[in-house]
Design a protein around this ligand. Structure first.
Ligand code: AKG
Ligand code: FE2
Length: 340
């Protein structure tokens, strides 16, 4: 299926309604008119590929994912769909990010809700050497996400024009995570894989507010479950802006759906590909999960549209961070607690 393409460089009055329609009906859309060049996205994919394929396993394991959501996830450690078994993929997360300075993998002082300087050894040496590239990408991703949230607030008629812009403050601690993923090509007879070997990321909804995913031709595999029954392939779509990267795939997570009383849809999706049939090489994907700052109280968004959908009355009011941690705890095994 082809998702709706919203060009955010076009005049607002032309894009707000199509944006809201896609967000409310599909929960997935493509955003063109962003400011990522093809060159910088190519460089990023090259970095990801080189990291996963040349870093010794032992070195990766020194940076195993911790309770800050920073670090390396080994094959079979993540379990997005409990009914299916472990997902055969590896990943590296950058988290605890200041989106103004670009500082990555900082230490997080939970009791003060404050970032403290990252340790010298906060990421594999491979990334340390390429830190500026990653910093520039995450700063831009956050700025694009914030712009999409601003447009969504206009589209939903949010009464306070700064509502989302303020909650997605680029300098305040948030669970926002930049993730590189590697799904190696495997054969059906590989014993390391549990469950259906072609399903590489089990059926799930995302946890946070908004997810931005780079598209690259030939990296198909993302599928959506819109009607609860039939899986639809997300087709690649090229940009209309010469020299720029393809449109970003955007989808909405559980937190934003909860926050908007379900107006914005958090759609079930998965990654499936069949070696020899749909592809003949490893698959790489690059994802940015964005959330409002940690202390944001998830009271319903102030909009008539959202109020009319009011479904929850007595539920406890939880924060952005509490919402994410609840979902992460359900997904990971073997996550050591390494923060103070
Ligand atoms: O790899 C992809 O295309 C999507 C991955 C995904 O859905 C996720 O990590 O939440
Ligand atoms: Fe996802």
């Amino acid at each position: 299926m082809q998702l709706s393409v919203i060009d955010i460089s076009e005049p607002e009055d032309q894009i707000l309604q199509p944006l809201l329609d896609a967000a409310a009906n599909q929960g997935f859309l493509l955003v063109d008119g962003h400011n990522f060049t093809q060159k910088e996205v190519d460089e990023l994919y090259a970095i990801s590929e080189e990291f996963f394929t040349t870093t010794p396993h032992e070195e990766k394991m020194k940076y195993t994912i911790d309770s800050r959501n920073v670090g390396y996830t080994d094959f079979n450690n993540e379990n997005l769909d409990a009914r299916k078994g472990r997902d055969y993929k590896e990943a590296y997360n950058f988290c605890q990010i200041n989106f103004v300075t670009g500082a990555l993998n900082q230490n997080f002082n939970r009791s003060k809700n404050k970032f403290e300087p990252a340790s010298a050894d906060c990421m594999p040496a491979y990334f340390k050497k390429r830190e500026i590239v990653v910093q520039n990408i995450v700063k831009k991703l956050h700025a694009n996400a914030r712009e999409i949230m601003r447009l969504l607030s206009l589209a939903m008629g949010v009464e306070d024009a700064r509502f989302f812009v303020d909650q997605f403050d680029p300098e305040k601690p948030s669970p926002a995570t930049f993730r590189l993923l590697h799904y190696p090509l495997i054969r059906n007879d590989n014993k390391a894989i549990q469950g259906d070997p072609n399903i590489r990321a089990g059926a799930h909804t995302d946890y946070g507010a908004l997810t931005l995913l780079f598209q690259r031709q030939g990296e198909q595999g993302l599928q959506l479950l819109l009607d609860g029954e039939n899986w639809m392939d997300v087709d690649f779509v090229a940009t209309t802006h010469q020299g720029f990267a393809p449109p970003l795939v955007i989808n909405f997570g559980d937190l934003l759906s909860y926050w908007t009383n379900g107006i914005l849809k958090s759609t079930i999706h998965r990654v499936k590909f069949c070696p020899g049939e749909t592809r003949n090489s490893d698959r790489y994907s690059i994802v940015f999960f964005v959330d409002p700052e940690n202390t944001t109280k998830l009271l319903p968004v102030p909009s008539k549209l959202v109020r009319e959908k009011q479904t929850r009355e007595k539920e406890p009011i939880i924060t952005s961070l509490e919402h994410l941690q609840k979902r992460l705890a359900e997904t990971y095994e073997n996550m050591p607690d390494s923060t103070a």
